[in-house]
Design a protein around this ligand. Structure first.
Ligand code: MGD
Ligand code: MGD
Ligand code: SF4
Ligand code: MO
Length: 891
């Protein structure tokens, strides 16, 4: 009998409910949970492809100590004794945990309790430092507590949605689809996107303000001054100062000049904002990841406080979270400058009393970037990294690597056998992965959802809470960590939120502190706060809680005087500005179908097909100035590091800016870790790094040849001395390697046979070469099937599109007509050439869509969907289909 489990998507902070079904044949099928309030059944491309990622390939399935397989006892004792010894000799601040918004609340709670309540240091920080910490600091300054006041329903209720530094269409796709659907139902609603790049999100906006990078404070100060001039006023503390500081930015013309946007367009935005009571301003990493991140957050919140657009339907500032449990991590105090349950160090006694713990951290610990500096300097001698891959994701990541390489003791809990970080650890602790884990997560709109396991834990892997609790016991802290399971931990966490909470803390889960194990198992998604007066009605039923979708509607805030504050902020430039040596701004971020350091999405062929290679987006005039060619390779460098990526020349990029995705790393590419290039400068208030603005230079990569290999089996291309550039991509039934080299091999035939694994043996081999043009093409056939093919060319654009060739890897013999076109790289029948993938749900390519648009006269995304199915499942590719319609002059 197939079994079906309700759980939650492990990717972004939208927190979609997922229904996972395991069939009799053990095959996993995933669909959207129609009963989940956040997604109502929708999933994006990543959620839809979740079943592709649950396989055990490359999983870490047993503990490893110093490179050798070890027992759990050895591994846990090693961690416990190394930590205990170092603490005994150097004190509690000589050790640290670096954790993640991808831990479940229960895992996170236990890790925080061990470090802050038992080891007695606050040296536990999280990758949320790189993500949400500016929003946290901004919320605390404005509201007194880290509270998101609104919910997704507000995005539908709003008449104006402003997306600031958020590529929502790709990074929070289901939220974006909800906004778009509401706007389609009511065309009077407006969408404004504020982002230096023309993103897929900007594509669908009524207005796109392509502001100069880093100028958000100037822009929102300009708006605040303009609103004040229109008569908006607020009795709230800080109001007059904030408005005065904003006026210093000058008139609209001055603000427009500072932000690099047209004054008339800016005025239109100000007017829309001023005229629209129901306005939601959503912000994300273009705001947070800045050395002025916290000020950017408050500049936005100020405009909502001045106009009193908060706590009402369709009106609020809205920080959307990145990771699935970014919010849960903040609740349990995963940041080194908070304690637990939204308490600060002034409430240390309260927390210690509740934990009845031998120690309590009384001062903030090190923040992520400082933490790795302290590891490098030897101040921190042991670190335990859980569910994050900092050697890819930290700024100045090469320095972080040096730090870990020289650290006395590094333990890593991960699900994968090889990541850039796992590869430098002394002890590896195999963690259960998404499909195997049990606990809770909290999404962007404060909805707590159960994540339920639907597959058995493989090998010797263990849940993170179990691993942490066992180390705690072996460190002698047994009494505080005798949990029987996640339900135990959740109850304790809920109880702590209510402990000595007289209403001073909005985060209150009192109503959940007495859940029975069965009630916990059956918990349906619910939003905090959940007070005592709002008890659960019955097992599995939606709890009876007052409408808590919006907070602060009563105008009461968790500050000393009960009022929210406007914060006077003054624009300042990024930590390091461009210079003659570093004339461009390097911006970094995400693509639609990859997740962070690709440990999971790389397992899905359909997700990997959307954007297979690391790229650098460049404006055409910058490309010309720096002699860059579309499709060729370039070297991007900053004061901190360098990488090689494929050049995409596009007017979507602002002149003077580059964009490189954050995803690729040493497991998937020769040299593409953008973290190595990142400026480690941080916001002085939040400690969040400036990932969106590093001064950079770019130059052509000196490739003598470009090529690619498609093969039915994985090939050891990455280790080949003749290959200087490589990227490995998993395909449907093939492996793809993009390659390039600085020296041209003297004998292409020998080289090709070596790469394709048929050196010195008879093989059905087809090849053509044109030495003068620097071109060589070969295919290795076996009984009519294609085993592998290689295409090389002096010019990158001399290579054929990969998609048709890839489609020949079916396992069946190649048809005669296709065999004839094989070394041309093009089918005789061009309709078979689908082009690069656009729709990953139905595998529909760019060429197919363009052909259908022209041949059938299609003129809308819906018409394309009807003809080809593209865009009709998750809808994540709709903005790209719209772009193709525009390119064909049909929009
Ligand atoms: N597909 C996918 N989705 C994801 C993730 C993923 O890895 N892949 N990760 C999740 C996580 S953890 C996070 S935190 C979120 C992040 O979600 P987003 O914040 O939407 O994603 P980013 O691409 O990092 O950055 C957003 C935008 O900020 C813009 N930006 C750069 N500088 C500035 C500036 O000075 N001002 C303004 N206004 N904008 C600027 C960039 O051009 C970029 O388009 O995504 C989540 N969702
Ligand atoms: N240049 C640049 N850098 C960035 C950003 C950017 O925009 N630009 N964004 C930053 C942001 S917002 C974020 S959130 C970070 C994300 O960066 P990371 O957190 O470093 O990225 P992930 O790939 O999500 O790493 C998660 C790791 O945990 C493992 N894992 C998954 N599930 C579990 C589990 O249940 N238990 C355990 N123990 N391990 C697990 C995965 O295999 C993987 O190795 O990157 C930051 N870095
Ligand atoms: S929007 Fe996509 S990635 Fe985010 S939670 Fe929903 S299905 Fe998962
Ligand atoms: Mo994030």
């Amino acid at each position: 009998m197939p079994t079906t489990t309700r759980t939650t998507c492990p990717y972004c902070g939208v927190g979609c409910g997922v229904t996972a079904t395991v069939g009799d044949d053990a095959a996993v099928a995933v669909s959207g949970d129609v009963a989940h309030p956040s997604n109502l059944g929708s999933l994006c491309s990543k959620g839809t492809a979740l079943a592709d990622t649950v396989g055990l390939a490359d999983r870490l399935l047993h503990p490893v100590v110093n490179g050798r397989r070890a027992s759990w006892g050895d591994a846990l004792d090693t961690v416990a004794s190394r930590f205990t010894d170092i603490i005994a000799e150097h004190g509690p601040d000589a050790v640290a945990f670096y954790v993640s918004g991808q831990l479940l609340t229960e895992d996170y709670y236990v890790a925080n309790k061990l470090m802050k309540g038992y080891i007695g240091s606050a040296n536990i920080d999280t990758n949320s430092r790189l993500c949400m910490s500016s929003a946290v600091a901004g919320h605390v300054r404005a509201f007194g507590e880290d509270v998101v006041p609104g919910c997704y329903d507000d995005l539908e209720a709003a008449d104006l949605v402003v997306l600031v530094g958020s590529n929502t269409a790709w990074c929070h796709p289901v939220v974006y689809q909800r906004i778009v659907a509401a706007q389609e139902n009511d065309p009077s609603k407006r969408l404004v996107v504020i982002d230096p790049r023309r993103t897929a999100t900007a594509e669908g906006a009524d207005l796109h303000l392509a502001l100069a990078p880093g100028t958000d404070v100037a822009l929102f100060n300009g708006l605040l001054a303009w609103l004040a001039a229109q008569g908006f006023d607020s009795p709230r503390p800080g109001s007059a100062d904030a408005v005065e500081a904003a006026h210093a930015g000058g008139d609209i013309a001055a603000v427009a000049a500072a932000c690099g946007v047209d004054a008339d367009v800016l005025t239109m935005f100000f007017q829309w904002f001023g005229d629209t009571d129901r306005t939601v301003t959503v912000f994300s990493q273009g705001v947070n990841q800045s050395s002025a991140g916290t000020d950017k957050v408050n500049a936005i919140i100020n405009c909502h406080l001045l106009t009193d657009r908060i706590g009402k339907p369709g009106a609020c500032p809205f920080s959307i979270t990145g990771q699935p449990n970014a919010m849960g991590g903040r609740e349990v105090g995963g940041l080194s400058n908070t304690l637990a349950a939204h308490m600060g160090f002034d409430e240390a006694d309260t927390v210690q009393r509740f934990w009845d713990s031998p120690a309590i951290a009384r001062k903030p610990g090190l923040k992520a970037v400082e933490l790795f500096e302290a590891i490098e300097s030897g101040r921190v001698k042991a670190v335990w990294i859980m569910a994050t891959n900092p050697l890819v994701s930290l700024p100045d990541a090469d320095r972080a690597r040096r730090a870990l390489e020289q650290c006395e003791f590094v333990a890593v809990s991960d699900c994968m056998r090889h990541t850039d970080t796992v590869n430098v650890a002394h002890v590896l602790l195999p963690a259960a992965a998404w499909a195997e884990k049990d606990g809770t997560v909290t999404n962007s709109e404060r909805v707590i959802s159960r994540q339920r396991n639907f597959l058995p834990i493989p090998g010797q892997a263990k849940p993170d809470w179990w691993i942490i609790s066992d180390v705690a016991r072996r460190m002698g802290f047994g009494a505080g960590f005798d949990y029987l399971g996640p339900a135990d931990i959740f109850r304790e966490h809920a109880e702590l939120t209510a402990f000595e909470n007289d209403g001073g803390r909005v985060l209150n889960l009192a109503g959940l502190a007495d859940l029975s194990d069965d009630e916990y198992d059956a918990l349906t998604p619910l939003r905090w706060p959940v007070g005592h007066q709002q008890p659960l009605r019955a097992v599995g039923a939606m709890p009876v809680i007052e409408d808590n979708r919006r907070l602060f509607g009563d105008g009461v805030y968790p500050t000393d005087d009960g009022q929210a504050r406007l914060v006077a902020v003054t624009p300042r430039g990024p930590a390091n500005d461009i210079s003659a040596q570093w004339p461009l701004v390097l911006n970094t971020g995400r693509v639609r179908d990859h997740w962070h350091t690709m440990t999971r999405t790389s397992k899905s062929a359909r997700l990997s097909a959307h954007i297979p290679e690391p790229f650098v987006e460049v404006h055409p005039l910058d490309a010309e100035q720096h002699a860059l060619v579309n499709g060729a390779l370039a070297r991007v460098a900053t004061a901190w590091g360098a990488l090689t990526a494929r050049v995409t020349v596009t007017t979507n990029q602002r002149r003077g800016s580059l964009f490189v995705p954050m995803h690729w790393n040493d497991q998937f590419a020769a040299d593409a870790r953008v973290g190595a290039l990142g400026n480690p400068a941080v916001c002085p208030i939040s400690g969040e790094p400036e990932f969106k603005h590093t001064p950079a230079a770019i130059a052509p990569y000196a490739a003598a040849w470009y090529g690619f290999i498609l093969a039915a089996r994985p090939l050891p291309i990455a280790r080949d001395a003749a290959v200087d550039y490589w990227v490995a991509v998993l395909g449907e039934r093939f492996w793809r390697y993009e390659i390039a080299g600085i020296e041209t091999p003297t004998d292409w035939v020998a080289m090709a046979r070596h790469w394709l694994g048929v050196e010195g043996r008879a093989a059905d081999w087809l090849d053509v070469s044109d030495i003068a043009a620097g071109r060589y093409r070969a295919a290795h056939m076996d009984a009519g099937h294609i085993e592998a093919c290689l295409f090389v060319d002096r010019e990158p654009l001399g290579l054929p599109d990969r998609s048709w060739l890839a489609s020949l890897f079916t396992g069946a013999p190649v048809e005669q007509a296709d065999r004839a076109g094989l070394l041309a790289g093009r089918p005789a029948d061009t309709s078979k050439d689908t082009g690069p993938q656009v729709c990953s749900c139905f595998g529909v390519g760019r060429n197919t869509i363009l052909r259908a648009i022209t041949e059938n006269g299609l003129d809308s995304v819906a018409a394309v969907g009807e003809a080809l199915e593209a865009g009709t499942n998750c809808g994540s590719c709709k903005p790209e289909i719209a772009q193709l319609l525009a390119e064909s002059g049909r929009d």
